[in-house]
Design a protein around this ligand. Sequence first.
Ligand SMILES: [Zn+2]
Length: 224
Amino acid sequence: MQSPHSAFFRRIDLCYGKGKEECTSCAKKPQGGSRYALPAFAVPVSFDVLEKHSVCATFFVLGSRVEGREEVLLRMEALGCEIGNHTFSHADLTRLSAEQCKEEIDKTNAEFERALGHPASVVRPPYGFYNAAVRKNVPYPLVLWTVDTNDWRPRNVAELADAVVREAEDGCVILMHDQQSSTAEAMDAIIPALVAKGFRFVTVSELIAATDGACKAVKMPGGG
Ligand SMILES: [Zn+2]
């Protein structure tokens, strides 16, 4: 008999932005000066789906995008979602000095302090890029992912939903972006399908606590 999955976690990577270019996947290509598009409707649509199904997510937010969007962050928290630090300027941390790394993280946390009254306790390095120096210079759990949905581009909703439901496993971290309506539509199918399979949605900090820091997608500070 299959035991219930106890620590499924769904992560949504939120790249706030401006301009019309797409958010290239954080997973693949670093590219200086790229812009991150976030259609105005995208966030409320995603929130509505999370709220409809009473599940949470973790949103990794750029510090440079907090100003003027404080209400959005407050709604995230009101829904039980976690807000993670995605650096201030979407920098490739592996190219920065210790001091610059610290500034990217600290400036972002200062914005969260201002908007929410507390800093973030987890960091997602842009593009998933990190090395030994980044781990030393950024003394927070570094959150990566185990399922990459490539949903930053428009995707067929049924295909996207099927892929996520098929790839989900206990303790997984699913990378999604908040800029395509196909993501929100797929979520509306993915969430009940995974709940029916016994998965439970938790924030990344809950996942870290549930796995005692042994989650595959998370590099703990000071860890090997
Ligand atoms: Zn990103």
